[in-house]
Design a protein around this ligand. Structure first.
Ligand SMILES: Nc1nc2c(c(=O)[nH]1)N[C@H]1C(S)=C(S)[C@@H](COP(=O)(O)O)O[C@H]1N2
Ligand SMILES: [Mo]
Length: 363
């Protein structure tokens, strides 16, 4: 007999009430697209309440024609729909030892939504990017002061930059998520969606785009959301976080679930990568000593996670087992067993140990 738990009703888990930092109930995974009410929320400052009529998107810097666009201007442009898996760079932080500062995310700072909006490259094309331009800075309306992880220089806005090549490729300026206008927490009226990149690049409550010929060194890509990278045999240097790493997660059983001993349990989860497609998922039920092939349920679709399943023959005796999943992508990357200290509390993609308890068959 195959047993499997049915998805629980979706509700967000409060990691921080104010500003709202809300985790998706990853164990309720069902469809490939995460229902809107279950998409995680990660906000550094209180969510601004923007007025759709008076709101404007301003584009300036190294462009021929600076622009000021209303929401109806954007809605009149060609619309594009993009499904994208977005993972917060701190997803899984609770599994780090020693504990790292920041929101203690479990498995749910990741999700997949279908976004609709205009391509950033169309907006840039309308303004005309000048020769020598290097990056586009995206700034949100939200602002405040922070003391952790570093101290902000007073009151600052949330902002990140994108290399021009990425900005002119597949970046979307989205006004809708899963067929609905953006909610306030997800960046109403307009946010960026940056396929393949960790969530911090997807600036919400967008008000300003600034084309620049120098690398942007703002708080959220130097003090925060950067990591120590070793390159060219030199000592590590600080670089901003960009693309997601390859990663698989187990949705069911959930951590500390009880499953019947001596039965077949369907382990399910998803796997994603920021480069190419996930090509393989393996599952271990002995803390990572041996691995068995899982079955990929969804066809490959670049930028979108693939659900997978694994028929697990549970041990005969009651006890405790550590399950793990690991993915490989078409770029040949696979999940390594340890966490590189240079990453700090970010880019956590070692196979996460999921403890489950086996119970004997009741009479
Ligand atoms: N303006 C603004 N944009 C932001 C943030 C923010 O705090 N302010 N948080 C970023 C981070 S760290 C993540 S992971 C994603 C989360 O998007 P979501 O809340 O819609 O899931 O938004 C990004 N964009
Ligand atoms: Mo994030």
């Amino acid at each position: 007999m195959t047993t499997s738990s049915t998805p629980r009703p979706a509700a967000l888990i409060v990691r921080q009430a104010s500003p709202p930092n809300l985790e998706s109930p990853f164990s309720s995974l069902d469809g490939r697209i995460t229902p809107g009410e279950s998409v995680y929320v990660r906000s550094h400052f209180p969510a601004p309440e923007l007025n759709a009529e008076s709101w404007r998107l301003r584009l300036g810097g190294q462009v021929d024609t600076p622009l000021e666009l209303s929401l109806s201007d954007l809605r009149a442009m060609p619309a594009h729909t993009v499904a994208a898996t977005m993972e917060c760079a701190g997803n899984g932080r609770v599994y780090l030892s020693p504990r790292m500062p920041g929101v203690q995310w479990d498995l749910g700072a990741v999700g997949t939504a279908e976004w609709m909006g205009v391509l950033l490259r169309d907006v840039l094309g309308q303004a005309g990017v000048q020769a020598g331009a290097l990056e586009v800075v995206l700034e949100g309306a939200d602002c405040g002061t922070l003391t952790d992880p570093g101290r902000t220089p007073g009151n600052i806005h949330y902002a990140r930059s994108l290399p021009l090549a990425k900005a002119q490729d597949d970046v979307l300026l989205a006004y809708a998520m899963n067929g609905q206008p953006l909610t306030r927490d997800h960046g109403f009226p307009l946010r960026a969606v940056v396929p393949g990149w960790f969530g911090m690049a997807a600036v919400k409550w967008l008000t300003t785009l600034h084309v620049t010929d120098t690398p942007y060194q703002g708080f959220f890509q130097t003090v925060d959301y950067s990591f120590w990278q070793s390159r060219d045999g030199l000592s590590p240097q600080m670089v901003p976080l960009t693309t997601m790493l390859v990663k698989a997660q187990i949705a069911r059983p959930a951590p500390h679930d009880c499953v019947p001993a001596a039965s077949v349990f369907e382990v399910v989860g998803t796997a994603w990568t920021g480069q190419g497609d996930v090509t393989r998922v393996e599952v271990s039920s002995d803390s990572g000593q041996t691995w068995a092939e899982a079955e990929l349920v969804d066809p490959p679709q670049t930028g979108v996670w693939r659900r997978w399943r694994f028929e697990w023959q549970t041990p005969q005796q009651p006890g405790t087992v550590t399950l793990m999943a690991r993915a490989t992508d078409s770029a040949g990357r696979t999940q390594e067993s340890g966490h590189d200290v240079g990453r700090g509390g970010y880019m956590i993609n070692f196979p996460l140990p999921i403890t489950v308890h086996l119970r004997g068959q009741e009479a």
